[in-house]
Design a protein around this ligand. Structure first.
Ligand SMILES: CC(C)(COP(=O)(O)OP(=O)(O)OC[C@H]1O[C@@H](n2cnc3c(N)ncnc32)[C@H](O)[C@@H]1OP(=O)(O)O)[C@@H](O)C(=O)NCCC(=O)NCCS
Length: 137
């Protein structure tokens, strides 16, 4: 697991395109995100990435994806992101997930996330979004 910096923007974009083929983010978008205050990135060399944004005692998962599913990479990225956030003083983590995204929902449930809201027809395809949170120990 390594910390992602501006030099990784191209790699992040390539991995994001594999994880989200219908919603690619380019390298410039990742560079802009990584330059924002409070944004941290992680790369798992086995094939995965996570970006989170920390603001005072709250944080948000901006994106997470893997290129080799169901090998524990997503879980490892989330655990490391939560560990970093806790070290940074974060007490509550937020994220948003498509209601239809069974894999991601299962991952977040396993980590203890619970639903805080429902955004109906939130995505361009008409799908609902759920907002989830986790209070860090
Ligand atoms: C969601 C995602 C990051 C999960 O990463 P992953 O590395 O495949 O997940 P892991 O192997 O760490 O799985 C951890 C646990 O999550 C759950 N899980 C993961 N994928 C699952 C699936 N397809 N179906 C059911 N449960 C699943 C299981 O509980 C799993 O534990 P187990 O394998 O011991 O049963 C991955 O599917 C992905 O990149 N999806 C495309 C991008 C995306 O949707 N990102 C999230 C946007 S909110």
């Amino acid at each position: 697991m390594i910390s992602a910096g501006l030099a990784h923007a191209g790699l992040l974009a390539a991995m994001h395109e594999q994880a989200f083929p219908r919603d690619p983010w380019d390298a410039a978008s990742f560079a802009a995100l990584l330059a924002m205050p409070g944004v941290a990135g992680l790369i798992d060399e086995r094939g995965g990435f996570l970006l989170l944004r920390m603001v005072l005692d709250e944080a948000e998962i901006l994106t997470i994806g893997v290129t080799a599913p169901r090998q524990g990479i997503g879980l490892a990225l989330m655990r490391e992101g939560l560990r970093l956030a806790a070290i940074g003083g974060v007490r509550e983590m937020h994220l948003e997930v498509a209601a239809a995204n069974a894999a991601a929902r299962a991952l977040y449930t396993r980590l203890g996330f619970t639903q805080t809201g429902l955004r109906r027809a939130y995505y361009p395809d008409g799908g609902d979004a759920l907002t989830l949170h986790l209070v860090l120990a």
